[in-house]
Design a protein around this ligand. Structure first.
Ligand SMILES: [Zn+2]
Length: 128
């Protein structure tokens, strides 16, 4: 039996909405390097031109895959990214989103609203 926390798709969307940030800044956390990342980061890293193009990577591929950060090294603080993807053989996801058809989709854990807002503001050069 898996002990991974699950959310329905509705719960997942509500949790994203609760972050209180625009869609491009909705934030996830890599399970390996703990780097907080959003669609805005993926776009900046060249993963796609807009939200629709990077949505498939969000919460599934670590930002480090696109910035060529390489593998995560123990002790390195979050922020750099790593080469993790949930598509790999090893499963280390922290959340499963269950779609109405009953399929469990592994996803990165979501950042808290505070983390998501701080992440967005840091990028805009805003200090809280
Ligand atoms: Zn990572």
């Amino acid at each position: 039996m898996s002990t991974t926390p699950t959310m329905t798709l509705d719960e997942y969307h509500s949790a994203l909405k609760a972050q209180g940030v625009p869609r491009d800044h909705l934030a996830m956390k890599c399970p390996i390097c703990k780097t907080i990342q959003s669609a805005s980061d993926l776009i900046a890293a060249g993963a796609g031109k807009n939200f629709d193009e990077v949505e498939k990577y969000l919460g599934f591929y670590c930002i480090g895959r696109f910035t060529r950060a390489g593998g995560h090294k123990k002790g390195v603080p979050p922020g750099r990214g790593c080469d993790w993807t949930l598509g790999g053989f090893l499963q280390a996801h922290e959340l499963e989103v269950v779609t109405p058809d009953g399929v469990h989709n592994p996803r990165f854990a979501l950042a808290t609203p505070e983390e998501a807002q701080a992440h967005m503001n840091a990028k805009k050069g805003v200090t809280a």
